[in-house]
Design a protein around this ligand. Structure first.
Ligand code: SAM
Ligand code: SF4
Ligand code: SF4
Length: 397
């Protein structure tokens, strides 16, 4: 995840991002994506979680989920994403959400919106939920065929309208693939009409029901085209849209290069990138699956470092930090790429392709022949980051 507007300029996610960066600097968990169930009422063709109607056999019990939320509160977790499967299908969904909010954790719900109604929207608002993130892939027939349940898109659009009427911010998420690409610009226009504040575009993850579909990804040229569109949007005076990019960390140095070429100051973003990098693996970010497995990244579900049943979140952060101390390899190595430390390349894709999480990211979208000297000088000038020892009592340091 990389919030492009908030990274380089003022944006709607400044505050939470600053809290996450601070948590990481203090050696604490910065953000957790938690798949609270793998059960789902849709059967999307592309689902990297391979979610379906079944609950995983060893799913965390209600008591275990509550203990985990309390631990998140004790560690001062800034941001929690409740995802799935379909998170609203978990029987104690509201208990988890409301407890997390009472512990001052910012919660975002990642939902297919099929279970969203006005009462739920009011309850989300009352709990202080700023954003829900829902999925849209293209026009009616296309969307419904992709999720394999007729009528789904119409329900999602109704839910978005209700959420906006009740004052809950809405993010639209889409998986970018050769199938969805023809609909992307229409989706952007529709999102603006629906008063959606954030668009999340994630490169196709070739796992779960998309396993082996590497030729389903769009090209680097198409990613750069989308990057140029987003830069124009961010620089235009009549847009406040936040843009979030998943599984394509090289998008961020691309944007920095293009902004620098236009004479725009990117020092704010560079300073932050020197701390957290575009790929968040090892930076206090983690994924927890419905059975309590802890992963460095939600996109690589088979890359597990332990379980919440046997490891504290603090121990997990320390383990993940060891990954951050290793260098990326191949085209992403520091000697090969000027942006190695601010980007890192997608570690989940490296893991999936080779089994080595530090292997090169072969989906880099940068043009090889670009003159990088100006941006490289600015990166060198940005303040260096020093990580402190983990702070014993959150709030005390
Ligand atoms: C796994 S779902 C869970 C939340 C909820 N059920 C939903 O669909 O919004 C989270 C997001 O991952 C996206 N996703 C699923 N499979 C993907 C894939 N293979 N590549 C990229 N994104 C994917 C979905 O489109 C959705 O926006
Ligand atoms: S992408 Fe979301 S809605 Fe679709 S099957 Fe997976 S978990 Fe369910
Ligand atoms: S080569 Fe790797 S580290 Fe460098 S910009 Fe591309 S993806 Fe990022």
């Amino acid at each position: 995840m990389a919030h492009v507007r908030s990274l380089f300029f003022k944006g709607p996610l400044d505050t939470v991002e600053n809290r996450a960066v601070k948590a990481y600097k203090l050696g604490r968990p910065s953000d957790v994506i938690w798949n609270i169930t793998n059960r789902c009422n849709l059967l999307c063709d592309h689902c990297y979680m391979a979610a379906d109607g079944h609950t995983r056999p060893d799913e965390l019990s209600d008591d275990e989920t509550i203990a985990l939320v309390r631990q998140m509160g004790e560690r001062g977790l800034p941001a929690l994403f409740l995802s799935g499967g379909e998170p609203m299908m978990r029987s104690n969904f509201w208990e988890i959400l409301e407890l997390a909010r009472s512990l001052d954790i910012r919660v975002t719900v990642s939902t297919n919106c099929t279970l969203m109604d006005r009462d739920a929207a009011k309850r989300l608002r009352a709990a202080g939920i700023d954003w829900i993130a829902t999925s849209l892939y293209g026009p009616d027939d296309f969307h419904d065929a992709m999720v394999r349940v007729p009528g789904t898109r119409r329900r999602v659009i109704e839910a978005i309208k209700v959420l906006r009427e009740e004052g809950v911010g809405v993010a639209i998420k889409t998986a970018i693939s050769v199938d969805t690409w023809p609909h992307i610009y229409d989706l952007i226009a529709e999102a603006k009409q629906l008063d959606v504040g954030l668009l999340y575009f994630c490169d196709l993850i070739t796992a779960g029901r998309s396993e082996g579909e590497d030729d389903g990804r769009i090209t680097p040229e198409q990613w750069r085209e989308l990057g140029d569109f987003i830069i124009d949007d961010i620089l235009s005076e009549d847009s406040t849209m936040e843009w979030d990019i998943g599984a394509m960390p090289s998008f961020i140095p691309y944007v920095a290069e293009q902004l620098t070429a236009r004479g725009i100051d990117v020092s704010n973003g560079l300073e932050r990138l020197k701390t957290i990098s575009a790929c968040p693996v090892g930076k206090g970010h983690m994924n927890i699956n419905s059975e309590g497995g802890i992963m460095p990244c939600q996109f690589a579900q088979d890359w597990t470092i332990g379980s919440v049943r046997e490891m504290s979140l603090q121990e997990a952060v320390s383990e993940l930090y060891a990954l951050d101390q290793q260098e990326s390899k191949g085209v992403c190595a520091p000697e090969a790429c000027d942006y190695s430390r601010i980007c890192r390349g997608c570690r989940a894709k490296a893991w999936q392709r080779t089994g080595d999480p530090m292997a090169e990211d072969v989906t880099c979208l940068l043009l090889a022949e670009t003159d990088r000297s100006e941006l490289v000088a600015q990166i060198a000038a940005a303040p260096e980051f020093e990580r402190s020892a983990p702070c014993a009592v959150p709030g005390s340091c």
